[in-house]
Ligand binder design. Structure first.
Ligand code: PXL
Length: 278
């Protein structure tokens, strides 16, 4: 059985990061080890969230696993929240990564042109160090701009996104996939680039005009899972995009408070069908 280590926070209510990654990866048939960097009452978009730092346990948990023979086919990092935690996570990666370990980095620190609440000024620079080592770095436009120093634009064309992907590859990432790319009001998707071949790939879906928190985390979890299951990159990211789009569609049908997150549980059968596992 394939085994993945995912390193991100546990936000107890509101569905994001680990509370999405663990069920999705498990449903894909991948043994999933979680390394929580912090436990929060909710993610940081809710007011008055409470955060319990787990900074002191990050490396000691990992060392105890290593001492007991743990090994991983892939490491997938998401929201980490502090520069200190990024540094510790880089140590964890050094502990477990060998030439066959896939490193999937979703930088997760901002959106709509700004860093999330509680993210420090120097976070982007440290996150680019993490992306430098990645087989797949998957920033949204905001994160890619904050890491590469490019100006954030609300309206853009394909050459602007290509330049962003190229700059993320130039940092060192083997593949850069810029997410949340919408060239027209009607579609949304991603644009990727491989550093080695220079080959670009992109995909757009019909845009549903509502935005939910956690969709980026869902996309990354599904893409990382599909890659670990051996899907070729273009297909892995397309499956992730289609699963995310279907999840947004089913979530919109429900009248729940949109802040409570996406109903990814309802669309897991669609994901398994796309993976050929239904
Ligand atoms: O979904 C991204 C995310 C994950 N974890 C925490 C967050 C956010 C985005 O705001 O605050 C704690």
């Amino acid at each position: 059985m394939k085994r993945i280590l995912t390193i991100q926070d546990i936000s107890c209510f509101g569905k994001c990061s680990t509370t999405i990654a663990l069920p999705v990866l498990s449903a894909m048939g991948i043994e999933t080890t979680v390394l929580p960097t912090a436990i929060l009452s909710t993610h940081t978009m809710f007011p008055d969230y409470i955060k319990m730092d787990l900074t002191d346990t990050i490396l000691s948990f990992a060392k105890q696993w290593k001492d007991n023979g743990a090994a991983f086919d892939a490491i997938y990092t998401g929201y980490l929240g502090t520069v200190k935690d990024i540094e510790l996570v880089m140590n964890v990666i050094d502990l477990f990564r060998d030439k066959d370990t896939l490193l999937f980095v979703d930088p997760v620190f901002g959106d709509h042109g700004r860093a999330y609440a509680g993210i420090s000024e120097d976070y982007g620079a440290h996150c680019s160090e993490l992306c430098r080592a990645a087989d797949y770095a998957v920033p949204n436009i905001t994160e890619a701009c904050l890491m590469t120093g490019m100006e954030y634009k609300e309206k853009y064309d394909e050459s602007y996104i290509s330049e962003l992907a190229q700059r993320v590859c130039a940092m060192g990432a083997a593949n850069a996939i810029v997410t949340g790319v919408s060239y027209s009001g009607g579609t949304i998707g991603y644009q990727g680039m491989s550093r080695k071949s220079g080959q670009a790939f992109s995909y757009q879906n019909k845009k549903i005009d509502i935005s939910y928190h956690g969709t980026g985390d869902l996309f990354s979890a599904a893409a990382a899972g599909a890659l670990v299951c051996g899907k070729r990159p273009e297909l892995a990211f397309r499956i992730a995009a289609d699963y995310t789009a279907e999840t947004i569609r089913v979530t919109k049908e429900d009248s729940d408070d949109p802040r409570f997150g996406i109903h990814f549980e309802s669309s897991i059968p669609n994901l398994l069908e796309m993976m050929g596992k239904a």
